[in-house]
Design a protein around this ligand. Structure first.
Ligand SMILES: Cc1cc2nc3c(=O)[nH]c(=O)nc-3n(C[C@H](O)[C@H](O)[C@H](O)COP(=O)(O)OP(=O)(O)OC[C@H]3O[C@@H](n4cnc5c(N)ncnc54)[C@H](O)[C@@H]3O)c2cc1C
Length: 393
């Protein structure tokens, strides 16, 4: 191992916590900074809807879910992949994990509080100095390596710096001042844009009255990007849900409300009895359409089509909807854009600033929901700590 070094880690999300853990475990003197008064605020937000920590896809398929250099993802996930992360949570943080639906892993508690609390305790036991409420605004060369600054105040000099400042989602405009720190140094940066976000749909008022807040479960969505099964939620502005995040761009989509039946099977069910019922009533009765699905058909399909059994069957299998605009960054699960890869070497060190590293969602990569986001931050955090401690994996 190299001699013990003084290293500052800036940002206490999953990427920063993993870097700090790896470096402190290797014997380095680590100071962890965050501008907020608590650690890992975004993990708490992520845990609000069930903390999905990783995914059970095999590694080669897993790595294909990321934009950015394929070689990096293969190596980085290969060095510390989903199973390593699950073992870490169970053995080092003492928290159970489980495999839920759709190949996703969760922490047993579902939320982030225990994970963050136990990780903080572990970092303190590893002698990591945790400095909160401290906005880092700049860094510059010093005799000792790199000086970290908050406005004009020096936060100390360090042998190395690791930035893990997060992406653009859920932040206020004020909270996103950090890109200028890098842009001023001539480093390339792609502006953040919403990713994994809801989309606006021009709902008629009558539809909203009936369906706002309703889930539309087990659908298959077809968009320009392909097909995705899952659940949708109707909101006052449009739609949320994994299939919508996957669609990811404005345009026409088709919603299959009964993906497990063929069009012929849907037709057969609509013609099932000789009762004197309208096609819509038959659909409700023989296809068990949920209230949300029923409202979608009733309000979003041409009225003629819902009066004709064959036309209705086709609409149930392929209801067209127009996605207008994505919701803003401040409401998105993640962001695309960030510090460009061309600034970085293989170890995720800034080529122009030796000894300064960057990890996590602040870099220019994107991935879908499903545990891929947190896993990438964890794997990159581990990657940097290995390179800084041992010069590689
Ligand atoms: C609603 C929601 C649900 C989500 N659900 C999931 C999920 O279930 N599974 C999943 O994989 N991902 C999920 N994500 C995404 C996931 O939370 C992020 O991808 C992940 O937290 C990014 O980690 P990070 O370490 O890169 O940055 P972050 O977690 O964003 O941490 C960055 C830290 O840096 C600090 N910071 C920023 N600038 C400065 C500065 N200048 N000085 C000092 N400190 C600074 C911030 O305060 C922050 O604590 C969700 C996100 C949201 C918003």
């Amino acid at each position: 191992m190299n001699r013990s070094r003084r290293i500052a880690v800036i940002g206490s999300g999953p990427a920063g916590l993993m870097v700090a853990d790896g470096l402190a475990s290797a014997g380095h003197a680590v100071t962890l900074f965050d501008k907020r008064k608590g650690l890992s605020w975004k993990l708490y937000i992520a845990g609000g809807s069930g903390l999905n920590i990783s995914n059970s896809l095999p590694l080669d398929l897993f790595a294909r879910h990321y934009t950015g250099p394929a070689d990096h993802w293969k190596a980085c996930l290969g060095a510390f992949g989903p199973q390593d992360w699950l073992d870490f949570i169970e053995q080092k943080l003492g928290i159970g994990t489980f495999l839920g639906t759709s190949q996703r892993y969760f922490v047993e508690t579902m939320h982030a509080a225990l994970l963050v609390r136990n990780w903080k305790r572990r970092l303190e036991e590893l002698n990591v100095t945790i400095t909160l409420n401290t906005l880092c605004t700049d860094f510059r060369p010093s005799d000792a390596g790199w000086e970290l600054l908050s406005q004009e105040r020096s936060l100390g000099s360090f042998d190395a710096l690791v930035f893990a400042l997060g992406g653009g989602s859920y932040e206020t405009t004020d909270g996103l001042s950090w890109p200028s720190m890098f842009q001023q140094k001539g480093l390339g940066f792609q502006d953040f844009a919403p990713s994994n976000t809801g989309f606006e749909v021009a709902w008629p008022a009558a539809f909203l009255q009936e369906a706002e807040g309703q889930p539309i479960k087990n659908i298959q969505l077809t968009s320009a990007r392909g097909q995705r099964k899952g659940d949708l939620v109707v909101t006052h502005y449009g739609l949320e849900g994994t299939p919508i995040y996957f669609a990811g761009m404005p345009g026409l989509i088709q919603v299959d409300l009964k993906p497990d039946l063929t069009t012929e099977q849907v037709m057969q069910r609509l013609q099932k009895s000789k009762e004197n019922l309208s096609p819509m009533r038959r659909a409700q009765k023989y296809l068990q359409l949920s209230p949300g699905s029923k409202a979608l058909l009733f309000h979003m399909a041409p009225p003629d089509a819902t009066r004709d059994g064959t036309a209705l069957a086709h609409l149930i299998k392929s209801l067209p909807l127009q996605l207008e605009r994505p919701r803003p960054l401040s409401e998105s699960i993640s962001s695309s854009g960030g510090l460009l890869w061309q600034n970085l070497d293989e170890a995720l060190m800034l080529k122009s600033h030796p000894g300064v590293y960057c990890a996590g969602e602040m870099l220019d990569w994107d991935a879908p929901t499903g545990g891929f986001l947190i896993q990438a931050c964890i794997s990159q955090g581990h990657w940097i700590s290995r390179h800084l401690s041992f010069g590689g994996t």
